[in-house]
Design a binder for this molecule. Structure first.
Ligand code: SF4
Length: 213
């Protein structure tokens, strides 16, 4: 049976204390992911709306469908971190506030995902495009410089992240629009696994990463 995770933390950073909500689910039957595979519409949205389209090896049209990356794995863990934007209200420029919150969340979730990868011999889909090199070697028509470290985002593998969050984690992703801060912002990761990874092990990793960040 799928195991769900819900836990909250108060984390003191250099300039502020933030409220983090962690949600997760350990998916035993990965065939459920097929319901969220929407290659054509996601590829079109990237092509029409993203300046990175065709400029990063981790992004469409060069990214791979999730099922190719999942080959050889039979379980998955979907995890999300959300932070309440109340903790950032004193930053006048709202875009800067969003960026600050997202950088923290992306760093945290990547640390958790890489740790789970190591412990389970898994493979993680992260949040956002690969940021290992700047600029990505794709821009100059060179091969990926760190194919072992490069990871795709969930969206880049053509999975509908909003629907995954709503239906499997029970919350909605909110966006920054018209210079208005959403109530919270979130990052999401999907990790493919083989081990019989349990909820307690995931919660231990999350706690450890947040406490030592
Ligand atoms: S590792 Fe570097 S070259 Fe490869 S996808 Fe990431 S940014 Fe691009």
């Amino acid at each position: 049976m799928d195991q769900k995770i819900f836990t909250q933390y108060k984390k003191a950073l250099k300039n502020r204390t933030i409220d983090i909500t962690c949600r997760g689910i350990l998916i035993k039957d990965v065939s459920i992911l097929n319901k969220y595979y929407e290659k054509e519409s996601i590829k079109r949205a990237c092509e029409e709306g993203c300046p990175n389209y065709g400029k990063k090896w981790s992004c469409p049209p060069f990214s791979k469908p999730y099922y190719e990356l999942m080959d050889g794995y039979n379980e998955a863990a979907l995890i999300s971190f959300s932070v309440n934007m109340n903790s950032y209200v004193e930053i006048k420029n709202k875009y800067t506030a969003m960026k600050a919150a997202n950088v923290t969340l992306k760093n945290l979730i990547e640390k958790v995902a890489r740790k789970v990868e190591m412990e389970t011999n898994g493979y993680a889909l992260l949040s956002g495009s690969c940021r290992y090199c700047r600029p990505c070697a794709c821009k100059t028509n060179q091969k990926c410089k760190h194919p072992d470290k490069m990871r795709y985002s969930i969206e880049a593998t053509y999975l509908n992240v909003q629907a995954l969050c709503e239906e499997l984690l029970g919350f909605e992703l909110l966006w920054y629009e018209k210079k208005i801060l959403p109530k919270y912002t979130s990052t999401v990761s999907l990790i493919f696994l083989n081990e019989n990874f349990v909820k307690e092990a995931m919660m231990e990793i999350i706690k450890d990463v947040i406490e030592t960040y």
